[in-house]
Design a protein around this ligand. Structure first.
Ligand SMILES: [Zn+2]
Length: 458
């Protein structure tokens, strides 16, 4: 296979993906959600892209350790908690659960870790203390600020010089700052807000230090890949880089990747779809494969648009992939040979080129055209059929598709799960177990998690 290359935003060039320590592991840190509301299709564009990247790297033979953080303390969370008379913890846990449920429904691989920021306050203290000792940070009346000018290479990710920034970019407000560019590592507690003890008095962490603490603790920088939405380049990633680099005394990240934002084409949306923006509502009416196909139909670095038309296109592709698959499974032996491997090589070469999923998908669709016309005429040879099924499985894995579970099948599965739940409630365990065992024989595994039952196919 060709060397996999990814675009590094900082050096503005394609770089070969390699394991920095030669242990075959790619360490990846992805900036996760701030959990103050239900997840949105826009957030999941980023996570679907990274899931595809992780899957492709694993397919290519790497081991991947990917960490996705949960920002569970923030102004918006506190505001919502105060408005609803709840604790910040109740709010953040509710929306963390929503995030995880969507993650599962969309068939994203479980991350190596899903750390919550507030579980790493001590780690943040340790890093802040080191930064103060080395002169990169200073204390001002219970706040701690990072000194941006002390870190010389600020602005390389978002391609802005310190002078540009001073000339008008937004700078954080703060008491006792020596320079308007400096940003908070630790914020003095405001009355009534959640706060933690610290060497500088009670307070709470700044947003950026969270990611430095969690990536340093879990991935031990330097690490291979850092990810997040394009909107995080400045100030978040500039600040994160300034902190982590100063803390470890070197370049913390080998490749900084960024995903183009998803725009909502409101004027181009039908009423029904236009109102649906939360992932949990969207998943009620749409096959998860359709959502994944919609996302990978645009190159990850480009902005994409969520519109009726785009969703319809993705739906057509999903149905095509599903229907040719069903025909292929049922096909009887015939005489046509297709060079499946040529398509495979082309797909992999597109994916190796900065994860060009739209080109890979389009090659796969051409393959389906050839397959489909062969199935309609003299049929496929035994070898071609077997290799076509193998390529299907590979594509299914890399794109994270669930194939078998069409929307109708999902409806029936959910009905069976509910019937089984009711049977268990009434202590009719033998029939409940029969449902579980029979489904397992068909490759559908039910797993009880607390009150809930999830299912997946094997
Ligand atoms: Zn982050």
């Amino acid at each position: 296979m060709k060397t996999i290359q990814l675009y590094d935003s900082r050096e503005a060039r394609l770089k070969p993906v390699k394991s920095l320590r030669g242990d075959n592991i790619i360490r990846m840190y992805i900036c996760g959600p701030t959990v103050y509301d239900y997840s949105h299709i826009g957030h999941f564009k980023t996570f679907i892209v990274y899931d595809t990247m992780v899957r492709f790297l694993k397919y290519a033979g790497f081991d991947v350790m990917h960490v996705v953080n949960i920002t569970d303390i923030d102004d918006k969370i506190i505001r919502r908690a105060n408005e609803e008379g709840r604790s910040y913890r109740e709010v953040s846990e509710e929306f963390t659960e929503d995030f995880i449920a969507n993650w599962r429904a969309l068939n994203l691989l479980p991350p190596y870790a899903l750390p919550r920021a507030t579980y790493h306050i001590r780690d943040m203290h340790r890093i802040i203390e080191t930064l103060i000792e080395r002169g990169y940070a200073y204390v001002a009346d219970g706040n701690v600020y990072f000194s941006v000018r002390r870190f010389g290479k600020y602005g390389e990710i978002s391609k802005q010089s310190i002078d540009d920034l001073i000339a008008g970019y937004r700078v954080e407000e703060g008491e006792g700052k020596r320079d308007p560019l400096d940003f908070a590592l630790w914020k003095r507690a405001k009355p009534g807000d959640p706060s933690w003890d610290s060497p500088w008095g009670r307070g709470r962490p700044g947003w950026h230090i969270e990611c430095t603490a969690m990536s340093s603790k879990l991935l031990d920088p330097p690490f291979e890949i850092h990810g997040g939405g394009e909107d995080l380049k400045f100030p978040h990633h500039e600040n994160e880089r300034a902190q982590t680099n100063s803390y470890i005394g070197g370049e913390a990240v080998y490749i900084w990747t960024h995903v183009g934002i998803l725009k909502m084409a409101k004027e181009k949306m039908s009423k029904s779809l236009g109102n649906i923006v939360t992932m949990r509502d969207l998943l009620r009416i749409m096959h998860p494969d359709t959502i994944r196909i919609f996302v990978i139909s645009t190159h990850y670095r480009k902005q994409s648009e969520y519109s009726d038309e785009k969703i319809r296109e993705a739906q057509n592709i999903q149905r095509r992939i599903q229907s040719v698959y069903t025909r292929l499974l049922r096909a009887e032996e015939g005489g046509i040979e297709i060079d499946v491997n040529q398509y495979r090589e082309e797909i992999l070469s597109h994916l190796s080129n900065d994860l060009n999923t739209p080109a890979a998908l389009s090659t796969f669709m051409s393959f389906l055209d050839e397959l489909s016309s062969a199935l309609a005429s003299r049929g496929l040879s035994k070898e071609t059929r077997e290799d076509a099924l193998r390529l299907y499985k590979e594509i299914q894995y890399i794109f994270g598709l669930q194939l078998e579970t069409s929307l109708e099948t999902r409806g029936i599965l959910e009905l069976l799960i509910n019937v089984r739940k009711e049977l268990r409630k009434r202590r009719i365990y033998d029939v409940a177990d029969m449902i579980r065992d029979e489904l397992a024989k068909k490759g559908v595994i039910l797993e009880d998690i607390g009150e809930d039952t999830i299912y997946y196919t094997v």
